[in-house]
Design a protein around this ligand. Sequence first.
Ligand SMILES: O=C(O)CCC(=O)C(=O)O
Ligand SMILES: [Fe+2]
Length: 276
Amino acid sequence: MKINKISKIGVEITDCGLNDFSTADYLAIRDLYFKENIVIIRQSDLNLLNFAKICASIGSIANEPFNPFKFSGTEDEIPKQRVTGILKNGEPTGIFGRGRLDWHCNMNGPKRAQCVGLLAVSGVDGSVTSWMSTIPAIEDMPIELFNRIKNLTGHFQYSPDSWAPGMDDFQRIGMNKVAETDGPYTMPLLQKTPGGHTGLYFHFLNSMTIPEDPEVFSILKDYLFQEKFIYNHHWLPGDIVLSNQVISLHKRQTDNVSQRLLYRYTFHHTGGVKFD
Ligand SMILES: O=C(O)CCC(=O)C(=O)O
Ligand SMILES: [Fe+2]
Protein backbone atom coordinates (compact mmCIF):
# COMPACT_ATOMS: atom_id res chain seq x y z
CA MET A 1 0.00 0.00 0.00
CA LYS A 2 1.57 3.30 -1.11
CA ILE A 3 0.08 6.55 0.22
CA ASN A 4 0.52 9.91 -1.53
CA LYS A 5 -0.99 13.27 -0.67
CA ILE A 6 -3.12 14.57 -3.57
CA SER A 7 -3.22 18.33 -3.94
CA LYS A 8 -4.59 19.62 -0.66
CA ILE A 9 -7.76 17.68 -0.50
CA GLY A 10 -6.89 14.16 0.64
CA VAL A 11 -4.76 11.10 -0.05
CA GLU A 12 -4.40 8.54 -2.77
CA ILE A 13 -3.47 4.92 -2.17
CA THR A 14 -1.88 2.86 -4.92
CA ASP A 15 -0.76 -0.77 -4.97
CA CYS A 16 -3.68 -1.79 -2.83
CA GLY A 17 -4.43 -5.52 -3.03
CA LEU A 18 -7.99 -5.60 -1.74
CA ASN A 19 -8.22 -9.36 -2.22
CA ASP A 20 -5.80 -10.11 0.59
CA PHE A 21 -6.77 -7.38 3.03
CA SER A 22 -6.15 -8.10 6.72
CA THR A 23 -7.74 -6.60 9.83
CA ALA A 24 -4.73 -4.28 10.08
CA ASP A 25 -5.41 -3.01 6.55
CA TYR A 26 -9.06 -2.18 7.34
CA LEU A 27 -7.94 -0.34 10.48
CA ALA A 28 -5.26 1.52 8.51
CA ILE A 29 -7.79 2.73 5.93
CA ARG A 30 -10.24 3.71 8.69
CA ASP A 31 -7.55 5.77 10.48
CA LEU A 32 -6.43 7.34 7.21
CA TYR A 33 -10.02 8.31 6.37
CA PHE A 34 -10.56 9.99 9.75
CA LYS A 35 -7.27 11.84 9.33
CA GLU A 36 -7.67 12.87 5.69
CA ASN A 37 -11.44 12.98 5.01
CA ILE A 38 -11.05 12.07 1.35
CA VAL A 39 -9.33 8.79 0.53
CA ILE A 40 -8.86 7.50 -2.98
CA ILE A 41 -7.81 3.94 -3.67
CA ARG A 42 -6.49 3.53 -7.18
CA GLN A 43 -7.35 0.44 -9.21
CA SER A 44 -8.10 -1.94 -6.38
CA ASP A 45 -8.97 -5.55 -7.11
CA LEU A 46 -12.64 -4.64 -7.55
CA ASN A 47 -13.75 -6.85 -4.68
CA LEU A 48 -17.25 -5.64 -3.70
CA LEU A 49 -17.44 -7.42 -0.35
CA ASN A 50 -14.06 -6.06 0.73
CA PHE A 51 -15.13 -2.58 -0.41
CA ALA A 52 -18.18 -2.97 1.85
CA LYS A 53 -15.85 -4.08 4.67
CA ILE A 54 -13.76 -0.92 4.26
CA CYS A 55 -16.94 1.18 4.60
CA ALA A 56 -18.29 -0.86 7.56
CA SER A 57 -14.94 -0.52 9.38
CA ILE A 58 -15.41 3.25 9.37
CA GLY A 59 -19.10 3.30 10.38
CA SER A 60 -22.43 1.56 10.01
CA ILE A 61 -23.69 1.28 6.45
CA ALA A 62 -26.85 3.37 6.02
CA ASN A 63 -28.25 2.79 2.53
CA GLU A 64 -27.87 -1.02 2.47
CA PRO A 65 -27.58 -1.90 6.15
CA PHE A 66 -25.66 -5.15 6.58
CA ASN A 67 -22.48 -6.41 8.21
CA PRO A 68 -20.15 -7.51 5.40
CA PHE A 69 -17.89 -9.29 7.90
CA LYS A 70 -20.78 -11.66 8.67
CA PHE A 71 -22.07 -12.00 5.12
CA SER A 72 -22.17 -15.53 3.72
CA GLY A 73 -24.24 -15.28 0.53
CA THR A 74 -23.10 -15.32 -3.08
CA GLU A 75 -21.42 -12.42 -4.92
CA ASP A 76 -24.74 -11.50 -6.56
CA GLU A 77 -26.51 -11.34 -3.23
CA ILE A 78 -24.18 -8.75 -1.69
CA PRO A 79 -26.35 -5.71 -0.87
CA LYS A 80 -25.19 -2.65 -2.83
CA GLN A 81 -26.50 0.52 -4.41
CA ARG A 82 -25.82 0.99 -8.12
CA VAL A 83 -25.08 4.36 -9.74
CA THR A 84 -25.69 3.72 -13.41
CA GLY A 85 -27.64 4.52 -16.55
CA ILE A 86 -27.58 0.88 -17.68
CA LEU A 87 -31.10 -0.34 -18.47
CA LYS A 88 -32.61 -3.81 -18.16
CA ASN A 89 -35.71 -4.45 -20.28
CA GLY A 90 -35.86 -0.69 -20.79
CA GLU A 91 -35.98 -0.01 -17.04
CA PRO A 92 -33.32 1.80 -14.92
CA THR A 93 -31.04 -0.46 -12.86
CA GLY A 94 -29.57 2.23 -10.62
CA ILE A 95 -29.69 5.79 -9.37
CA PHE A 96 -28.41 8.99 -11.01
CA GLY A 97 -28.53 7.17 -14.36
CA ARG A 98 -29.88 10.13 -16.26
CA GLY A 99 -29.46 13.88 -16.17
CA ARG A 100 -26.77 15.92 -14.51
CA LEU A 101 -25.14 15.73 -11.10
CA ASP A 102 -24.10 19.23 -10.11
CA TRP A 103 -22.34 20.19 -6.84
CA HIS A 104 -23.92 18.30 -3.93
CA CYS A 105 -23.25 16.09 -0.95
CA ASN A 106 -25.13 13.32 0.80
CA MET A 107 -25.71 15.42 3.94
CA ASN A 108 -29.21 16.47 3.04
CA GLY A 109 -30.08 16.93 6.69
CA PRO A 110 -28.14 16.75 9.96
CA LYS A 111 -28.94 13.07 10.53
CA ARG A 112 -27.84 11.75 7.13
CA ALA A 113 -24.85 9.44 6.75
CA GLN A 114 -21.63 11.45 6.82
CA CYS A 115 -19.66 9.42 4.27
CA VAL A 116 -20.14 8.06 0.77
CA GLY A 117 -17.96 5.37 -0.78
CA LEU A 118 -17.98 4.82 -4.53
CA LEU A 119 -16.38 1.87 -6.34
CA ALA A 120 -15.93 2.10 -10.12
CA VAL A 121 -16.95 -1.15 -11.79
CA SER A 122 -17.15 -0.67 -15.55
CA GLY A 123 -17.73 1.79 -18.37
CA VAL A 124 -16.02 4.54 -16.40
CA ASP A 125 -13.07 5.34 -18.66
CA GLY A 126 -13.05 9.00 -19.65
CA SER A 127 -15.49 9.98 -16.91
CA VAL A 128 -14.59 12.54 -14.28
CA THR A 129 -16.06 13.46 -10.88
CA SER A 130 -14.75 16.49 -8.98
CA TRP A 131 -14.48 17.03 -5.24
CA MET A 132 -14.15 20.37 -3.45
CA SER A 133 -12.82 20.19 0.10
CA THR A 134 -13.51 23.00 2.54
CA ILE A 135 -10.67 21.92 4.85
CA PRO A 136 -7.80 23.51 2.88
CA ALA A 137 -10.19 26.38 2.15
CA ILE A 138 -10.56 27.04 5.86
CA GLU A 139 -6.80 26.68 6.39
CA ASP A 140 -6.10 29.31 3.71
CA MET A 141 -9.01 31.59 4.56
CA PRO A 142 -8.28 35.26 5.26
CA ILE A 143 -8.88 35.85 8.96
CA GLU A 144 -11.47 38.60 8.30
CA LEU A 145 -13.62 36.19 6.30
CA PHE A 146 -13.18 33.44 8.91
CA ASN A 147 -14.25 35.77 11.71
CA ARG A 148 -17.22 36.89 9.68
CA ILE A 149 -18.54 33.36 9.10
CA LYS A 150 -17.43 31.46 12.19
CA ASN A 151 -20.71 31.75 14.11
CA LEU A 152 -23.12 31.69 11.18
CA THR A 153 -25.78 29.08 10.51
CA GLY A 154 -26.91 27.95 7.07
CA HIS A 155 -30.59 27.41 6.28
CA PHE A 156 -31.41 24.69 3.76
CA GLN A 157 -34.16 22.76 2.06
CA TYR A 158 -33.34 19.42 0.42
CA SER A 159 -33.72 20.28 -3.31
CA PRO A 160 -32.60 17.27 -5.37
CA ASP A 161 -34.02 18.73 -8.61
CA SER A 162 -31.58 21.64 -8.44
CA TRP A 163 -28.42 19.53 -8.12
CA ALA A 164 -29.56 16.37 -9.95
CA PRO A 165 -31.80 17.76 -12.71
CA GLY A 166 -33.22 15.20 -15.13
CA MET A 167 -33.30 12.14 -12.86
CA ASP A 168 -35.44 9.13 -13.76
CA ASP A 169 -39.00 9.49 -12.43
CA PHE A 170 -38.72 6.71 -9.84
CA GLN A 171 -35.82 8.47 -8.16
CA ARG A 172 -37.10 12.02 -8.55
CA ILE A 173 -40.48 11.16 -7.04
CA GLY A 174 -38.90 9.22 -4.16
CA MET A 175 -36.40 11.96 -3.33
CA ASN A 176 -38.96 14.74 -3.51
CA LYS A 177 -41.24 12.84 -1.16
CA VAL A 178 -38.40 12.72 1.36
CA ALA A 179 -37.75 16.43 0.78
CA GLU A 180 -41.40 17.19 1.57
CA THR A 181 -41.49 15.16 4.79
CA ASP A 182 -38.07 16.33 5.96
CA GLY A 183 -38.83 20.03 5.50
CA PRO A 184 -36.22 22.75 6.01
CA TYR A 185 -33.12 22.20 8.14
CA THR A 186 -30.27 24.26 9.54
CA MET A 187 -26.59 23.46 10.03
CA PRO A 188 -23.80 25.60 11.53
CA LEU A 189 -21.43 26.56 8.70
CA LEU A 190 -18.36 25.52 10.68
CA GLN A 191 -18.07 21.77 11.21
CA LYS A 192 -15.43 19.71 13.02
CA THR A 193 -14.39 16.40 11.48
CA PRO A 194 -13.81 13.29 13.65
CA GLY A 195 -10.06 13.87 13.13
CA GLY A 196 -10.33 17.41 14.53
CA HIS A 197 -10.13 19.44 11.30
CA THR A 198 -12.39 22.39 10.72
CA GLY A 199 -14.41 22.47 7.53
CA LEU A 200 -17.58 24.06 6.23
CA TYR A 201 -20.99 22.69 5.43
CA PHE A 202 -21.94 24.48 2.21
CA HIS A 203 -24.59 22.53 0.27
CA PHE A 204 -25.51 25.70 -1.63
CA LEU A 205 -27.83 24.00 -4.15
CA ASN A 206 -30.09 22.89 -1.30
CA SER A 207 -31.77 26.32 -1.42
CA MET A 208 -29.12 27.64 0.92
CA THR A 209 -29.47 31.00 2.66
CA ILE A 210 -27.50 32.67 5.44
CA PRO A 211 -30.15 34.96 6.94
CA GLU A 212 -27.80 36.55 9.50
CA ASP A 213 -25.41 37.75 6.75
CA PRO A 214 -26.99 37.25 3.29
CA GLU A 215 -24.17 39.02 1.43
CA VAL A 216 -21.48 36.62 2.61
CA PHE A 217 -23.08 33.76 0.66
CA SER A 218 -21.66 34.73 -2.74
CA ILE A 219 -18.33 35.82 -1.23
CA LEU A 220 -17.98 32.39 0.34
CA LYS A 221 -19.10 30.57 -2.80
CA ASP A 222 -16.54 32.38 -4.98
CA TYR A 223 -13.85 31.71 -2.41
CA LEU A 224 -14.58 27.97 -2.02
CA PHE A 225 -14.80 27.02 -5.68
CA GLN A 226 -11.23 27.95 -6.55
CA GLU A 227 -9.22 25.41 -8.51
CA LYS A 228 -6.82 24.93 -5.61
CA PHE A 229 -9.55 23.41 -3.44
CA ILE A 230 -10.87 21.09 -6.19
CA TYR A 231 -9.67 17.66 -7.19
CA ASN A 232 -10.77 16.05 -10.47
CA HIS A 233 -10.95 12.28 -10.34
CA HIS A 234 -10.48 10.52 -13.69
CA TRP A 235 -12.08 7.15 -13.07
CA LEU A 236 -10.59 3.77 -13.87
CA PRO A 237 -12.17 0.41 -12.98
CA GLY A 238 -11.43 -0.58 -9.38
CA ASP A 239 -11.05 3.02 -8.16
CA ILE A 240 -12.60 3.72 -4.78
CA VAL A 241 -13.37 7.19 -3.42
CA LEU A 242 -14.37 7.61 0.23
CA SER A 243 -15.43 11.18 0.98
CA ASN A 244 -16.59 13.04 4.06
CA GLN A 245 -19.92 14.53 3.01
CA VAL A 246 -20.14 17.14 5.74
CA ILE A 247 -17.14 19.16 4.64
CA SER A 248 -16.91 18.42 0.90
CA LEU A 249 -19.07 18.71 -2.19
CA HIS A 250 -18.79 16.74 -5.42
CA LYS A 251 -19.93 17.10 -8.99
CA ARG A 252 -20.04 14.64 -11.90
CA GLN A 253 -18.50 16.26 -14.96
CA THR A 254 -19.88 13.54 -17.23
CA ASP A 255 -23.54 13.54 -18.26
CA ASN A 256 -23.72 10.34 -20.26
CA VAL A 257 -23.50 7.39 -17.88
CA SER A 258 -25.55 4.99 -20.00
CA GLN A 259 -22.74 2.39 -19.97
CA ARG A 260 -21.13 3.29 -16.65
CA LEU A 261 -21.49 1.44 -13.36
CA LEU A 262 -20.39 2.41 -9.85
CA TYR A 263 -21.29 0.68 -6.59
CA ARG A 264 -22.13 2.94 -3.68
CA TYR A 265 -22.45 2.76 0.09
CA THR A 266 -23.42 5.59 2.38
CA PHE A 267 -22.25 5.13 5.95
CA HIS A 268 -21.95 6.90 9.27
CA HIS A 269 -18.84 8.02 11.15
CA THR A 270 -19.91 5.86 14.10
CA GLY A 271 -20.96 2.26 14.62
CA GLY A 272 -18.04 0.77 12.68
CA VAL A 273 -17.28 -2.94 13.05
CA LYS A 274 -15.15 -3.71 16.12
CA PHE A 275 -12.20 -6.00 15.63
CA ASP A 276 -11.34 -6.90 19.23
O1 LIG B 1 -21.56 9.17 -10.67
C1 LIG B 1 -20.72 9.84 -10.07
O2 LIG B 1 -19.62 10.10 -10.55
C2 LIG B 1 -21.02 10.37 -8.71
C3 LIG B 1 -22.16 9.70 -8.04
C4 LIG B 1 -22.63 10.43 -6.84
O3 LIG B 1 -22.37 11.59 -6.67
C5 LIG B 1 -23.40 9.73 -5.83
O4 LIG B 1 -23.76 8.57 -6.04
O5 LIG B 1 -23.68 10.33 -4.77
FE1 LIG C 1 -23.10 12.18 -4.76
